[in-house]
Design a protein around this ligand. Sequence first.
Ligand code: 13P
Ligand code: 13P
Ligand code: MG
Ligand code: MG
Ligand code: MG
Ligand code: MG
Length: 364
Amino acid sequence: VKTTVSVIKADIGSFPGHSRTHPKILEVAARRLKEAEGSILIDSYVTHCGDDLELIMTHTKGEDNEEIHKLAWDIFMECAGLAKEMKLYGAGQDLLGDAFSGNVKGMGPGVAEMEFEERGSDPILIFMADKTEPGAWNYFLYKIFADPFSTSGLVIDPSLHEGFTFEVHDVIKKRKILFNTPEESYSLLAYIGAPSRYVIKYVWKRDGLIGASTSTQRLNLMAGRYVGKDDPVMVVRAQSGFPAVGEVIDPFRTPILVAGWMRGSHHGPFMPVGVCDANCTQFDGPPRVICLGFQVCNGKLIGPADMFDDPAFNRVRDQCCELSSVLRAHGPFEPHRLSLEEMEYTTLPGVEKQFKDRWEDLPE
Ligand code: 13P
Ligand code: 13P
Ligand code: MG
Ligand code: MG
Ligand code: MG
Ligand code: MG
């Protein structure tokens, strides 16, 4: 029997502003999942990254299962109710629909799921981010599964030598494409280097074994208005034919710039932090990522290990603070502020509307 890992997340309200989830909300979510263990779930774990409530669940029902998605939706609705009672900020923010209809996809919450036959030992790493968008994983997934200067196993381990298959989604045109690495690495990069539009959804071994799964929804495209960022999640399997745990987390030592941060409208450095630092503060950020490691054992989650709670990541955190100062000095100027194309999904068009009648055409 196969095990499914489902990570389903939503921002259902936070305090103060968009900085963190409330402990009462985490408690209710954890209790509801515990109650479902032994019936529809095998195991569960609840955490948060910034203002996003993260439900980690294991079961045997496969991806896109109605009962699992309904459980998550009902918990988000109950927690949003609690958030409303406490007048938390943005209560119910990511819950776009009002009635559940079989699947939380397209309703606001982010979903990353994978179903697999457990190996003799199955380490998984669950990444959860706040103040950025799903394409933020592109750079890291490429480094992990396709860059031999990052993952040494691609060169020295025969079980990784054949490479991997990447499924890329075009979130604007709603289409998908497969690329094989290493032979199509350059073509893959041509697309995923534009992470606001092209997002890696899955990575597989050539024989079809699942290696990584991400959440790819774009809230603003769905809602047609500004509702914050999509604050993505990702599940990665490690060891024995996949990159080692250390190879999976090593790329996060590089302080790359991602879209999100204040008002979902700015580029900022992506800072790996321990769970105790998973609160967005400075300029509502900077964008943050946490990583919990588990061993999956007959569906049970042995763990978690808080992977970025480690002095080995102090240097990248310092570099993020340096970059943050440089970018913040730009104030309202690009490239700190997102490009006009991406600003279409923020509150800027509302400002432009006020001046639409004051513009005069220039002579030819
Ligand atoms: P150990 O000898 O500590 O098991 O390390 C093996 C390994 O492959 C580390 O990446
Ligand atoms: P969230 O998507 O995390 O709610 O961020 C919204 C925002 O506007 C932060 O400044
Ligand atoms: Mg929020
Ligand atoms: Mg447990
Ligand atoms: Mg958030
Ligand atoms: Mg958000």
